[in-house]
Design a protein around this ligand. Structure first.
Ligand SMILES: NC(=O)c1ccc[n+]([C@@H]2O[C@H](COP(=O)([O-])OP(=O)(O)OC[C@H]3O[C@@H](n4cnc5c(N)ncnc54)[C@H](OP(=O)(O)O)[C@@H]3O)[C@@H](O)[C@H]2O)c1
Length: 266
């Protein structure tokens, strides 16, 4: 194990929890953390995919794993996840799971939007609160919340999803400042479109994906402890700079809405 791996494991190990780990970015978080020597507790709904990933991580990286098939839209799940990991010395939480409702806001049932709030807001808040307390007690730890480039502006067709990602961005940034004096590093990861299975399955008419799960995770982990939020990928960083600093707000919202409509309008 290299010196950097040893430092990483000391600060954020020996166990990590990855919520939303069965595929795409979630599986990439698990892979990268296991490659750094952390044991991984994997949470998602699909047990078979978790078990397959767990077996691969154990075989390739020699780490311990625990698969927890849980639905994070259920309000009782965060407590169940905490109970199922109470015996593990956890030093890292990655909250990657998300539900994204795409389409005209009023044409989706209200329950869809409320489920989105449960998975994208309630569960990361609850888990950050519980693990944050544990990490502060031990004086070290890390929390990564998945936000999105869409978090910094309203956008038609993903109005509710983007708002949940804004919540994660702002929560992580606030906690970064509040907890950094206590040994706990918090970071919001704000990817643009990523070539992950669910993004591809959402069938955008024009693919905007300029990053891979591997790139997003690799770059983000290097930033943990150094800043409150991070946009992976050079082209996304440049786009964000121009949109946020140089374009009037009203125009950004319309540009982003047109992009999303162009991708998903029937
Ligand atoms: N892909 C992109 O282009 C992109 C861009 C910006 C930000 N992001 C953010 O990056 C993260 C990962 O994106 P992704 O595209 O890889 O996501 P994804 O494929 O849609 O889902 C991520 C994981 O969450 C799990 N999950 C979803 N709903 C769940 C629930 N109710 N309970 C438990 N687990 C649940 C899924 O597993 P199961 O189905 O097995 O439960 C999957 O493992 C998300 O937070 C997303 O908002 C993605």
């Amino acid at each position: 194990m290299s010196r950097e791996q040893e430092r990483f494991r000391q600060r954020y190990g020996p166990w990590a929890v990855v919520a939303g780990a069965s595929e795409g970015l979630g599986a990439a978080w698990a892979e990268h953390l296991a490659a750094r020597g952390l044991n991984i507790a994997l949470i998602a709904r699909r047990q078979a995919m978790l078990d397959e990933l767990a077996a691969r991580l154990a075989q390739q990286h020699g780490v311990e794993t625990r698969s927890l098939a849980l639905d994070l839209s259920d309000p009782s799940t965060p407590d169940a996840a905490l109970a199922a990991t109470a015996d593990l010395d956890i030093g890292m939480l990655v909250y990657n799971a998300a539900r994204s409702v795409i389409g005209p806001f009023l044409e989706r049932p209200l329950d869809d939007h409320l489920t989105e709030i449960a998975v994208n807001v309630r569960a990361p808040l609850t888990l950050s609160y519980a693990f944050g307390q544990r990490f502060v007690q031990r004086g070290r730890g890390g929390i990564i919340l998945l936000s999105s480039l869409s978090a910094t502006m309203g956008s038609a067709y993903i109005a509710d999803y983007a708002a949940t990602k804004a919540y994660n961005l702002v929560l992580a940034e606030g906690l970064w400042d509040e907890l950094r004096g206590k040994g706990v590093d918090v970071l919001a990861c704000c990817p643009g479109a990523v070539s992950a299975p669910n993004y591809v399955a959402s069938a955008p008419k024009r693919s905007q994906a300029t990053t891979t799960p591997d790139l997003v995770v690799g770059q983000t982990l290097q930033q943990l402890g150094h800043r409150p939020s991070f946009i992976p990928g050079r082209s996304n960083q440049v786009a964000a700079f121009f949109l946020r600093r140089l374009v009037p707000r009203r125009m950004i919202v319309r540009i982003m809405g047109n992009v999303t409509r162009g991708m998903y309008a029937k």
